[in-house]
Design a protein around this ligand. Structure first.
Ligand SMILES: Cc1cc2nc3c(=O)[nH]c(=O)nc-3n(C[C@H](O)[C@H](O)[C@H](O)COP(=O)(O)OP(=O)(O)OC[C@H]3O[C@@H](n4cnc5c(N)ncnc54)[C@H](O)[C@@H]3O)c2cc1C
Length: 386
């Protein structure tokens, strides 16, 4: 793996870094406090082409790859995780399933608007009774032979980007039959926003990611054309495993950004804050803490970039993606705790970015596969089963 960025990727990194500092940083605190979705920032991200980063130009994308997406996510999350997760979910969970598994017609119908950020896509996998064990999906979809439509019934929970004014579709997983051994056949189906019977609840009141959109969805006799099936009938389980494998790299880049943001804020504060006649950054206890934080962010970056490079070059990346996600989310929580400590009482005040980072860090150990699930995947890749 070449750890050095190409000139194009370095330019992308700088562009997003400037955007995060000049546009996101001054505004995001207010959106976060009001638990409000930052439409103006998301629109600007769309204009910059961020939602199209890893997609081919013929569908309105930027012709980049997962490395490019990770670079953008890391730089955004260095400043704020709500906008970073909006991009991550929009690309990895909203548009990527259509790019990977959609028909030519589905790609032409949805990808250009998803790439430009005109609309957002969401992925509805988790249910109240099926999270880590997503194979336990209870939502059903029955094909009505008279109308040639899927009829969907069920509930999804915790779905990112699912209820904004610009949400265009949610891809949902549903049981469409059973195999000979009785196990469910799970399929993915595209449900456009506004389809009768498809309702989104009010946004959850969350601990963090307060400027991102997360909702419960319900489906009561929701009818969509048979052509809205994404990929083959009964292949939905394999599809979402692939989507989650890739998504872990993106979450890992996001976690690395948060961990690095904690270093940035801590270095700044340690130089400014004085105690006992010296800046607190002159004390070795603080210096060592920050040095360890930097070491962790650096190592996490190597991990996600290695997993992304493997994905881009067509090598196996499942274990590396799980390792990167497990490590980076763990150290993001560590760094957020240490950065808050370095800020003393001010670190507990919402006006300080580290308070937001502390609140935003915990979900990284839960979303797109908990840390326990990552350990299960890693152990399985090492040949441990049972
Ligand atoms: C803000 C937010 C946004 C989200 N966005 C989306 C989204 O866009 N789309 C979507 O589909 N989902 C989304 N999710 C859901 C998220 O992916 C799930 O919450 C996560 O996968 C865990 O599922 P669960 O909450 O049901 O926990 P559970 O699966 O019930 O797990 C509870 C605990 O048990 C542990 N556990 C479970 N099984 C085992 C085992 N075999 N061995 C050891 N420990 C185990 C887990 O690790 C966890 O600690 C989001 C969640 C949040 C909070």
């Amino acid at each position: 793996m070449d750890h050095h960025l190409s000139p194009e990727l370095e330019e992308l990194r700088r562009t997003v870094e400037d955007f995060a500092h000049d546009v996101v940083a001054p505004k995001i605190g207010d959106f976060y406090e009001r638990h409000e979705f930052p439409y103006e920032i998301v629109r600007e991200m769309g204009r910059m082409g961020l939602f199209g980063l890893p997609f081919p130009e013929e569908y309105g994308g930027m012709g980049g790859d997962y490395l490019a997406l990770g670079i953008a996510l890391e730089e955004l999350a260095r400043v704020d995780s709500s906008v970073a997760i909006t991009l991550e979910a929009g690309v990895s969970l909203g548009a990527m399933p259509i790019h990977l598994f959609g028909t030519e017609e589905q790609k032409r119908q949805w990808l250009p608007r998803l790439c430009s950020g005109e609309i957002l896509g969401a992925f509805g996998l988790t249910e109240p009774e099926a999270g880590s064990d997503a194979g336990g999906t209870r939502t059903t979809a029955r094909l009505d032979p008279e109308t040639n439509e899927w009829v969907i019934n069920g509930t999804k929970c915790f779905i990112t980007n699912s209820g904004t004014d610009i949400t265009g579709l949610v891809t949902v997983t549903a049981v469409t039959g059973h195999k000979e051994d009785g196990r469910p056949r799970i399929s993915s189906i595209i449900v456009p926003s506004g389809t009768p019977g498809f309702t989104v609840a009010a946004p959850y009141s969350k601990v963090g990611w307060n400027a991102s959109d997360t909702r419960e969805l319900s489906f009561v006799d929701v009818r969509v054309p048979a052509a809205n099936l994404l990929g083959e009938e009964g292949r939905g389980y394999a599809q979402f495993l692939r989507i989650l494998d890739e998504g872990r790299i993106a979450i890992s880049a996001l976690a690395t950004g948060l961990a690095q943001g904690c270093v940035d804020e801590s270095v700044k504060y340690a130089k400014e804050r004085h105690a006992f006649g010296r800046s607190i950054g002159a004390y070795q206890a603080i210096q060592f803490k920050i040095a360890d934080m930097e070491m962790k962010a650096y190592t996490a970056r190597l991990a996600w970039r290695d997993a992304a490079s493997r994905l881009v070059s067509g090598e196996s990346f499942k274990k590396e993606a799980a390792l990167a996600k497990l490590y980076s989310s763990t150290i993001a929580v560590d760094n957020a705790r240490d950065a808050t400590q370095i800020h003393g009482g001010y670190g507990f005040m919402n006006e300080y970015p580290v308070a937001r980072m502390w609140r935003d860090s915990k979900i990284l150990e839960i979303g797109e596969g908990t840390s326990e699930v990552q350990r299960m995947l890693i152990a399985r890749e090492l040949g441990l089963t049972g």
